[in-house]
Write a protein that binds this ligand. Sequence first.
Ligand code: HEM
Length: 431
Amino acid sequence: MPGDQATGRTRPTRRQLLFGGAVAGFGAAAAIGADQALRLATPVAEQGRADAHNTDTHNTDAHNADAPSGTDVVPFYGTHQSGIATTPQAHATLVALDLRDGIDRDALRRLMQLLTDDAARLTQGEPALADSEPELALVPANLTVTFGFGPEFVRRASTAPTAAMTSNEAPAWLCPLPAFGIDRLEPGWSDGDLLLQIASDDPFTVAHALRMLLKDTRSFATVRWTQPGFRRARGSEATGTTMRNLFGQVDGTVNPAPPTLDFEQLVWIREGAFAGGTGMVVRRIRMDLDKWDRLDRSGREQSVGRTLANGAPLTGVEEHDEPDFAAKNAAGFPVIAEFSHLRRARSENTAERFFRRAYNYDDAPTGEEISNSGLLFIAFQADVDAQFVPVQKRLDELDLLNEWTTPIGSAVFVVPPGCADGGYIGEGILR
Ligand code: HEM
């Protein structure tokens, strides 16, 4: 693996890392016991390297059900960053950082080289350099680390000679979303200069990766917000089961699926410095479970237009049945109400679609409330203004779900493309 001249950091081989070729690696090997470390690290690391440059969709079904799944890896290197088309892992923590004053383009390059190196190792089940708890890195459990840049990151990355300026042009949509009437946004859950989405099937792995990565950001940035989220534990349900949210709804049925052409066209940016990347919208949406408790089952189903049992449209039987918006009930009203979330979220313009990859959150309740829960709504699309905003505008105007949901955080990032071994995330604008 080539050394990284610009940072003065080199990527030692696994053998050097484990047997003392690198200063930090020596500590790691000594701490684990070299034999054990080599035994544990070998299959994971080699599996990951062999798959490098593949697309990042991993297939959890391929795994032998009897074997521990902690050593499963998602390739880090490739055209696109992992963690987007990747089958959603059970746990994800999103952390947004604010850049410190004085962090300029050169510093951003060093930062991204450091973080890329950490992520490349950790995702393949290898300790990060100077990993203080190297044993914890040996269970990646499909760990992915996805980086997104906020407007300020791209602005600082662009303060370069004119030649770089033109190729660095930030997408026009890279700014806070328009204000919506339903929003009750809190600055503590909004915006940010650099986004890390750390996802794994094991929350322990997420915690370790988060700590390792944040250690390396310390002199460059401060944490603005951290949002952990979860889905069902891996193995609880068959792979491919659509997730449920804390309202009990099947959430994610109509969603462009990787690796289809439809997904590729909707999600990946095709031109410019961010080609191969995507736009990322993060909305923290509070779901008032205490109020939802007062709604009967029929009301709950009408709010979306789908059944709670299996997520079928109210005019159908199976989850993926096509809804019949023309169907009327005995009283002559549409079976799927005009104000239902399903009807309002679906655009006649098929270009106004995006990929949803959400997680649930469940915080400690405060005061008299029983629940403090909601959705980390995460949407990926090539063009936030053209694809996401029109849908959010319609939901802002009318959506029965708004009775029980309130957006309290909002952020927009551009996710740069992936990189090859020896490169780093963000090199398209920082090189
Ligand atoms: C906490 C807030 C939300 C909840 C609980 C929620 C829940 C749901 C549920 C249960 C479905 C039906 C199943 C499915 O196709 O996924 C759905 C569909 C959908 N939602 Fe949401 N949603 C929320 C917020 C949003 C937001 C903010 C947007 C975009 C601005 C959005 C866009 C969509 C879209 C595009 C669909 C698919 C519509 C179609 O069938 O074409 N949702 N949502």
